[in-house]
Design a protein around this ligand. Structure first.
Ligand code: GLC
Length: 554
């Protein structure tokens, strides 16, 4: 198994990245146009969210054909061109494999619906009566996880939208079909894969009601999931490819197994616990101020735990399912720049492989939508209705969506301050953010103090300092709720990182052994000297990396 801790991965949401053919929807030629920009940022891989044929009920996560490009995004030739052109720039392309479910428009599901028992066994169908679903499990997008098909007298399982039917991984034929998909893309020159909700693929043997929750405890990190992953990776020969699994509601113990090289499963995992610290009672649809103490505790637990088990983390704040991090944990106003940089620095220097989600590198914020007509996401639209049914007013429901909707990250990439923010000549498929005149790529390129430039520096730092990719991590200042601090060390190199999580100054005590240390990077333009100081004052949202090891004088 290869190691990817010295790499940085950039996530593209093609629908909102760059539209070249003027239909208001981003496309693959648009990505090709921006390759030099991505090269300048310094990333190694581009992960594209699904571009396959799909009814787009869940923006491509409802795949109808795993081997064909949806014409909305371009053609197979366009993708081949992207692979070739990015390859020339030393950038690999990663595709998103949605293997927990297919769209109900997929040929396999259509055959199942037509009554073919072979294809019914590709999915999870259960005999039953209308009104009596096999279990009380809930879909992650709201409502029952089962749908009745009257013509068959059967229910089928869909953990997500009703048009996303769960595949039956127990069936070896299904596993063979999915391996063929990987082989197909490998042979096209794809260099890596992201596996969508892959820890949900192994369903339990017994189907029972969940009297405590929505059913997830029965199918999350299910009984055969490790066996299935090992088989998939081995039989398709992708041991040395970059592979990342999206692990929904997982545990540390399982993530170690998914990603430790000795297990020969995946190169790394996404876990989401650190992105639930502003969910009230664990409920995404109830607003709460972020709990920074909990955030610290989670980072300490996961970073040191993964290290102890030799597991590998994907480091990230943002993706196409998460609100923008600067809106969430930082500050959109006075400290916009400082907080965006601090949040970036905090995770980029931890142990793992960092991901940058399009627009994060210029500090894009949530778009501040005010009307339900601006939303497109199936989950947001479902939950808007559910919130109203629960007795919330329309204003309250909209306030919740404005903070929590997945559309917060799906707005068009802000290339410039012009019409449609340089994303398209046409009206975009989803409204642009209200601040594209201030926050855009054009205004940041060439500005050494920009957020973009800070991301460039963080990426360059990883390439120049092996201690960032390979060093050990240990946390400091564990009792200080306002500061997250850690040390990375490798041989005689040692870096110490400080992040002030809040909008007020705070102090930390300097350690005598840090005398003579030097500043490697920070988000405030100020001179630093640690000659004689006993305390160090951190400005609001300050991020500071000091070279504290014995080699700092060299
Ligand atoms: C993952 C994707 C999300 C999608 C879901 C179902 O969580 O990131 O966008 O809706 O899986 O495929």
């Amino acid at each position: 198994m290869a190691d990817f801790s010295d790499k940085v991965i950039y996530q593209i949401y093609p629908k909102s990245f760059r539209d070249l053919n003027g239909d208001g929807l981003g496309d693959i030629p648009g990505i090709i146009e921006k390759l030099d920009y991505l090269k300048e940022l310094g990333v190694d891989y581009l992960w594209l969210t699904p571009v396959f044929i799909s009814p787009q009920r869940d923006n491509g996560y409802d795949v109808a054909d795993y081997r064909k490009i949806d014409e909305k995004f371009g053609t197979m030739e366009d993708l081949e061109e992207l692979i070739a052109q990015s390859g020339r720039r030393g950038i690999g392309i990663m595709l998103d494999m949605v293997f927990n479910h297919t769209s109900t428009a997929h040929e396999w599901f259509q055959k199942a619906l037509a009554g073919d028992p072979e294809y019914q066994n590709y999915y999870i169908f259960k005999d039953g009566e209308p009104g009596q679903p096999p279990t009380n499990w809930q879909s992650k997008f709201g409502g029952s996880a089962w749908e009745y098909v009257p013509t068959l007298g059967k229910w089928y399982l869909h953990l997500f939208d009703v048009t996303q039917a769960d595949l039956n991984w127990e069936n070896p034929k299904v596993r063979e079909e999915l391996k063929e998909v990987i082989r197909f893309w490998k042979q096209k020159g794809i260099k890596g894969f992201r596996f969508d909700v892959v820890n949900l693929i192994s369903k339990p043997e017994v189907w029972e009601d969940d009297l405590e929750g929505d059913g997830r405890r029965f199918y999350t990190d299910g009984p055969r999931v490790h066996e299935y992953l090992k088989e998939l990776v081995r039989d398709t020969g992708i041991e040395d490819f970059v592979t990342v699994g999206e692990m929904s509601s997982t545990t540390l113990e399982h993530c170690i197994r998914y990603s430790a090289p000795r297990e020969k499963e995946l190169s790394m995992c996404f876990s989401f616990h650190h992105l639930k610290i502003d969910y009230k009672n664990g409920n995404k649809w109830e607003l709460m101020e972020p709990d920074f103490a909990a955030l610290k505790e989670l980072f300490i637990k996961w970073q040191t735990g993964m290290q102890a088990g030799a597991g590998q983390s994907a480091l990230f704040w943002c993706n196409h399912d998460q609100p923008r991090i600067v809106s969430r944990l930082g500050d959109e106003g006075r400290y916009w720049k400082e907080s965006a940089k601090m949040l970036a620095g905090m995770i980029h220097l931890m142990r793992g492989t960092p991901y940058v989600y399009q627009g994060e590198e210029i500090g894009m914020t949530n778009p501040h939508y005010t009307g339900i007509g601006q939303y497109r996401d199936v989950e947001s639209l479902n939950y808007y209705k559910i919130l109203l049914e629960q007795g919330k007013t329309a204003d309250e429901a909209l306030e919740i969506l404005a903070a929590r909707s997945r559309d917060n990250s799906r707005t068009p990439m802000q290339w410039n301050g012009g019409a449609h923010c340089g994303f398209s000549e046409a009206e975009p498929w989803i409204p642009i953010s209200d601040n594209s005149a201030q926050i855009n790529v054009e205004s940041q390129l060439g500005d050494d103090t920009s957020i973009f430039s800070f991301y460039q520096k963080l990426i360059a730092l990883r390439k120049e300092n092996e201690v960032i990719a390979k060093g050990e991590i240990a946390f400091l200042e564990e009792e200080n709720p306002k500061v997250l601090a850690y040390r990375r060390s490798l041989g005689d190199r040692e870096l110490t990182v400080f992040c002030n999580l809040g909008d007020t100054e705070t102090e930390i005590s300097m350690k005598p052994e840090w005398e003579g240390c030097r500043k490697l990077l920070g988000n405030y333009e100020k001179e630093f000297s640690c000659a004689k100081e006993e305390t160090l004052t951190l400005e609001p949202y300050e991020f500071l990396v000091l070279e504290t090891g014995q080699a700092h004088g060299m």
